[in-house]
Design a protein around this ligand. Structure first.
Ligand code: ACO
Length: 319
């Protein structure tokens, strides 16, 4: 027994910050950011915490699914860093929803939603769950260096969620990791042990943009091909592709290499930037609420990011 998606939700901070807003205090321009990345604005937290919008996204998904918090058997949160190191973001969400089920976090950076779906599938396969809530939420604005124009312009804050129930929606899923600290890393805060040698580590996200770009294009093409083949489908049979929203040029390069018509790819990077693990479920919720998803449609989801991690899946929409 696998799962189907029966509800989606999303939420983000209130403030929408444009490229021109950022250009006022960072040496950059709307022209550079929009042509190099496709980003025009992003949501950035002011007084909201990542838990706040994670909970709002979860409540939206539960309402959309007609599910009560007490019906949940499991909550998985995908996040690079919740509001606290402990309790996990999933435990904070569980408490604020008033649920009583087990809850844990998964950190697979931008691929976190795919990793969480894969973990959830195991719970359904073992008959352990009939309702699982997956929430992906990130506050990237706290992790980037706002003096580094090559990274701070790329990211945004937000959360997306999905409620899963037993069913035959998931057709295939693959996840991968190629462990490396070279292309992308964010150091943990150091303690103040008088017995430990201080490490020279920037507390901010550090990224080799070109290295990630190369990995992203090849992972996206490889993983989509693999997931579609495992689902027993041809690329032409995919109705919609929901790619991780990191850079429009990565998506365009993949479009040229694959055989899925360009008009089947969906993007919202122009409005949210890269929200890491949250980007795919935010896009899924937008499409669901816009009425773009019809029962029987084959959706291909694909993500890549820090780790380096990647993954893809094919889901038959049943709602
Ligand atoms: N504004 C203006 N100029 C800039 C900016 C900026 N914001 N950032 C960099 N530049 C300059 C550079 O200084 C450089 O100038 P120079 O030629 O005088 O040295 C020039 O622009 C070109 O810089 P590049 O780094 O070569 O630009 P590139 O075309 O490679 O684009 C980018 C950079 C957008 C980061 C791209 O490499 C990319 O998208 N990489 C993938 C990132 C990604 O997908 N991350 C996802 C994972 S995130 C996660 O997992 C949490």
């Amino acid at each position: 027994m696998s799962f189907q998606i029966i509800g989606t939700g999303s939420a983000y901070p209130a403030a929408s910050i444009t490229n021109d807003d950022i250009s006022k205090f960072v040496d950059t321009s709307d022209e550079w950011i929009s042509t190099r990345t496709g980003i025009r604005s992003r949501r950035l937290a002011w007084d909201e915490t990542v838990s706040d919008y994670a909970v709002h996204a979860a409540q939206g998904a539960l309402e959309n699914a007609g599910t009560k918090p007490e019906e949940l058997d499991l909550i998985i949160c995908a996040t690079a860093r919740g509001e606290f190191l402990t309790p996990s973001l999933a435990c904070v969400v569980q408490s604020r929803l008033g649920a009583g089920c087990p809850a844990f976090d998964i950190n697979a950076a931008c691929s976190g939603f795919l990793y969480a779906l894969d973990a959830a599938e195991g719970w359904f396969a073992r008959g352990r769950a009939s309702r699982v809530l997956v929430v992906a939420a990130e506050q990237m604005s706290e992790l980037v260096n706002w003096n580094d124009r090559s990274t701070c312009v790329l990211f945004g804050d937000g959360a997306g969620a999905a409620v899963l129930a037993p069913g035959e929606g998931l057709q295939s899923i693959c996840i991968h990791a190629k462990g490396s600290t070279e292309e992308l890393r964010i150091a943990c805060a150091q303690g103040n042990s008088p017995f430990a040698k201080p490490r020279e580590n920037s507390p901010f996200l550090q990224m080799d943009g070109k290295g990630v770009y190369k990995f992203a294009v090849s992972a996206m093409c490889h993983d989509l091909e693999q997931a579609i083949e495992q689902a027993g489908l041809s690329q032409e049979e995919i109705d919609l592709v929901l790619p991780h929203q990191a850079n429009i040029r990565i998506i365009e390069t993949a479009i040229h290499r694959l055989n899925i018509p360009a008009e089947r790819y969906r993007t919202n990077i122009d409005r949210y930037g890269n929200t890491s693990a949250a980007s795919i479920p935010i896009l899924l919720d937008e499409l669901n609420r816009a009425g773009e998803l019809r029962p029987g449609m084959m959706l291909a989801l694909t993500a890549f990011g820090g780790g380096l991690t990647s993954g893809a899946c094919v889901i038959r929409w049943t709602k």
